[in-house]
Design a protein around this ligand. Sequence first.
Ligand SMILES: NC(=O)c1ccc[n+]([C@@H]2O[C@H](COP(=O)([O-])OP(=O)(O)OC[C@H]3O[C@@H](n4cnc5c(N)ncnc54)[C@H](O)[C@@H]3O)[C@@H](O)[C@H]2O)c1
Length: 318
Amino acid sequence: MSAQEVRVGFIGCGRHATQVLLPTVRQAGMDLAAICDLDKRRAQRATRRFGAFRAYQDLRRMIDEMELDAVLVCGPPEMHAEAAAVALQHGCHVWTEAPPAPTAVEARRVADLAAGRGLVAQVGLMLRFAPAYERLARTIADADLGAPVAFEATYWPPALPGHDEPFAFDALHILDLIRHLLGDVEECSALRADDGRAALTLRMQGGATGVASFLQGGPCVRESVTIAGEDAVATVSDRVVVTTRRRDRDEISVWRADRLGPGEEACTAHLRGYLPELVHFAASVSGESEAAATMAEAATAMRLAEQIAAQGEVQQPA
Ligand SMILES: NC(=O)c1ccc[n+]([C@@H]2O[C@H](COP(=O)([O-])OP(=O)(O)OC[C@H]3O[C@@H](n4cnc5c(N)ncnc54)[C@H](O)[C@@H]3O)[C@@H](O)[C@H]2O)c1
């Protein structure tokens, strides 16, 4: 089977699925066989709009009847874990939106189920796949910056309907990206407010230390990650621009993910990471790529998000 032949069913066709994911599944070239939603009319509408063959209200029936290789899941976190477990038990690979379960313990359980059956379980941790962060990750892996010593991250996402636990729904993404770029977190302390703000200080096992500012639903969306190595400093701004400054060189090199060569397309789904993450999932299912952004990795980032959420809120002085 090639990545283009991966036959998928999609469950949960609400806002994010119909605005972002289902068009991207088509763009990624997967064979979209069926769409399922508790809401029958939503499932039927999405089936027509995105050119699937059949609409379902019941996941088990969809899996039984459609000979799927994989199931893609996008709904509330409790539905992610439940649907992923059902799909894995029926021999299907799974991709779920983030967060993949209500708790890290439940995500770990799904990860163990996938590992036990030798199936791919990938989570929608799209930052890793955005071309600008891929470039930063490559630069670090190639030791182009020298050993990382310090970092600074700003992640101020918009407030989205239903994202009422900002650390679980949103901080998860930047925590996963930091781990992806720099390895495991050795120590983390947080000052947080219950309205979805947090200031974090982190020490990584590789020795780098850094700070992260998290603000959900502020007056503007902002995203920036800077990594300082022993030889150079690189910054990714708003998931698009990568600037690099080298020790002893009075110049700044700039690379933009949205300025590709002639004939290449830089659509939003590509720049934001949604298209490459689904292309990668199809390639992992077909055996052309190693699994990435796995359920096990998501469970680790979720555990960190839970620890931060449990740390003290900012107190007013007496
Ligand atoms: N990664 C990102 O950038 C990003 C952005 C937005 C949303 N999300 C995630 O996407 C997910 C969905 O968000 P949304 O705003 O589209 O939600 P939504 O409420 O608009 O849609 C959820 C859909 O799931 C369906 N559903 C719920 N339980 C079901 C079940 N048991 N079986 C079948 N269908 C079921 C509902 O009927 C609904 O159509 C959330 O987990 C959210 O965190 C991720």
